[in-house]
Design a protein around this ligand. Structure first.
Ligand SMILES: O=P(O)(O)OC[C@H]1O[C@H](O)[C@H](O)[C@@H](O)[C@@H]1O
Length: 576
């Protein structure tokens, strides 16, 4: 086992008394009153100094309250936390996910085949990683091509028209977000549906609009044990057998395929392993859209486009792995985030894609960032001593402007924003794109500049407003400004650009996890509620009298269970 300073067992939390942290704190205290406007006024080259380009993406981080000294102190911090060594440890397949004893190799899912040299080929625990990845990609290519070309047909000979991806968490958010984002590239005959929630209303809404004879269900679950997915998959199976005229159990093979690491589970469900697309335990759920979990994406956009998506991510991987920190886009995005979170005190980060097709990107990032870095224990088991992941939230622009941007402009918290936009649209409607981009750029400028009391007063005076009204309205119409943002631009939202964008955030999350000293690749925090739900489910389903069967909870949980059980039991006896 490695005993280098970056081996996980020796990694404690980032501490507030380390020299680089103290230097940044002092720097913050000395510079916090310098307005962003002044930083721009004092440096005509600010845009050139605080922008970086990589893998077809352009990042402008000039509208953050930072200077080149801030960045240099942040790079010191990154080096003190061994970001470069840890980065290499991830790429070469060291078991950096120490609590689950696993390597973290989503980057291998997008490595071009064949590897550039024998030395570049990855072997982990005896597994030829690149060769296995390639074999599954071939399987995906063959299958998706046969569905798209109508070779693969339903049990009574009709071509597939609807794909229903049943999965949750990483087995849903990735494929759903990517299919929506790449909507213009989608096969005209295929309609994509996503079912995730254990709430029956979710699957009910989808089943009510599809024909079993022309539907393909993709059951996507890394573990093939997740309660929501298993329940939805069984309901879909039952629905198929009752709704598809003349269909028998053997016909299920035309309509159900599985994506999983659990062959036994897939077999037990009744899916032939021939119709299973495997992946491996070194792919984390929230990093899995590049694996066979992306099957729905490949069905929608075709294997060639799916390969472009992988290639875009690989371009970002190559940049991240080799560029010095000072020119490294994911490292910079991460460090700006650390500055906002740990020094400027921001508790949340708002994601504002100015692209309708990126509507699911904020929810995708919620899992990627918050499930990865929402942790309070360092790799060595000690408590984390600084704040970790901020709350991630957001919605598409311009819609957000007419809802919560009020708070972003004038609320009591300062919330940084990541603006994301494509310069050229896929549509040909005149006027819309310029209007969209104008709003995007105006918002970041408004956050940065604000509007001073003097400017507001002068404007109202020009309009001839009486002095007493001006005095009354002045504080309400003043904008403090000094509100930070990043802007990420791409030429067009192509498969490659989207691949690079997702990989950018994956590596940002990685760098932040390394700096904070946490394991970004486990998720123990989701276990407790899951286990408790299985106990309560048993209690809701029993006939025993309320008080005796559900007496082990607090009075609130007990009361809620009793109220629900009365309704569930009544519904059961009505149905009997
Ligand atoms: O793919 P599955 O095994 O069904 O897991 C689905 C999801 O459920 C879990 O609760 C994890 O928190 C997620 O990281 C995972 O993506």
């Amino acid at each position: 086992m490695s005993t280098t300073p970056y081996s996980a067992q020796h990694i404690s939390s980032l501490k507030a008394d380390t020299p680089s942290f103290l230097a940044l704190q002092e720097h913050y205290a000395a510079t916090k009153n310098i307005p962003l406007r002044a930083l721009f006024d004092g440096d005509p080259d600010r845009f050139a100094s605080f922008t970086v380009e990589a893998a077809g993406l352009f990042l402008d981080y000039a509208k953050n309250t930072l200077t080149s000294e801030t960045m240099s102190l942040l790079f010191n911090l990154a080096r003190e936390r061994h970001v470069e060594a840890r980065r290499e440890a991830m790429f070469v397949g060291e078991k950096i996910n120490t609590t689950e004893h696993r390597a973290v190799l989503h980057t291998a899912l997008r490595t071009p085949w064949p590897p550039s040299s024998a030395a570049a080929a990855l072997v982990v625990d005896g597994q030829q990683v690149n060769a296995d990845v390639h074999a599954v990609l071939e399987q995906i290519a063959t299958f998706t091509e046969s569905v798209r070309s109508e070779k693969w047909r339903g049990y009574n000979g009709k071509p597939i028209t609807d794909i229903v991806n049943i999965g949750i968490g990483g087995s849903d958010l990735g494929p759903k977000m990517v299919c929506q984002a790449l909507r213009p590239f989608q096969h005209a005959r295929l309609t994509m549906h996503f079912v995730s929630n254990v709430d029956g209303h979710d699957i009910d809404a989808v089943l009510s609009k599809i024909d079993p004879a022309t539907t393909l269900f993709v059951i996507a679950s890394k573990t093939f044990t997740t309660m929501e997915t298993m329940m939805n998959a069984h309901s879909a199976r039952q629905w198929f057998l009752t709704q598809a005229e003349t269909a028998t159990e053997t016909d299920l093979a035309h309509h159900f395929v599985a994506v999983s690491t659990n062959t036994e589970g897939v077999k037990a469900f009744g899916i032939d392993p021939q119709n299973m697309f495997p992946f491996w335990d070194w792919v984390g759920g929230r990093y899995s859209v590049w694996s066979s979990i992306g099957l729905s994406v490949a069905l929608a956009i075709g294997f060639e486009r799916f390969s472009e998506f992988l290639a875009g991510a690989h371009a970002m991987d190559s940049h991240f792995r080799s560029a010095p920190l000072e020119q490294n886009m994911p490292a910079i995005l991460a460090l700006v985030g650390v500055w906002q979170r740990n020094f400027c005190g921001s508790a949340s980060l708002s994601i504002a894609p100015y692209h309708q097709d990126l509507g699911n990107f904020p929810s995708y990032l919620q899992q990627l960032e918050m499930e990865s870095n929402g942790k309070r224990t360092a790799l060595d088991g000690s408590p984390v001593e600084v704040n970790t992941c901020p709350v991630i939230w957001g919605n598409v622009g311009t819609n957000g402007q007419h809802a919560y941007f009020q708070l972003l402009h004038q609320g009591t918290d300062i919330t940084p924003v990541d603006f994301i936009a494509a310069l050229a649209p896929e549509h040909r409607l005149p006027g819309h794109q310029a209007a969209l981009l104008a709003n995007c750029f105006a918002q970041s400028e408004a956050f940065m500049r604000g509007k001073s009391a003097d400017e507001v007063r002068a404007e109202m005076q020009t309009k001839g407003m009486p002095e007493d009204q001006i005095t009354a309205l002045l504080p309400h119409r003043t904008f403090p400004g000094n509100r930070p943002s990043n802007t990420i631009l791409m030429q067009k939202l192509t498969p490659a650009a989207l691949g690079a964008l997702i990989a950018l955030y994956e590596h940002k999350v990685f760098v932040q996890g390394v700096i904070w000293g946490i394991n970004s690749f486990d998720q123990w925090g989701v276990e407790l509620g899951k286990v408790m739900a299985t106990h309560i489910l048993d209690e809701l389903n029993t006939n025993a009298t309320c008080d005796s069967s559900v007496g082990k909870h607090d009075s609130s949980t007990n009361g809620l269970i009793n109220r629900a059980r009365a309704v569930l039991m009544a519904a059961k006896s009505d149905a009997a």
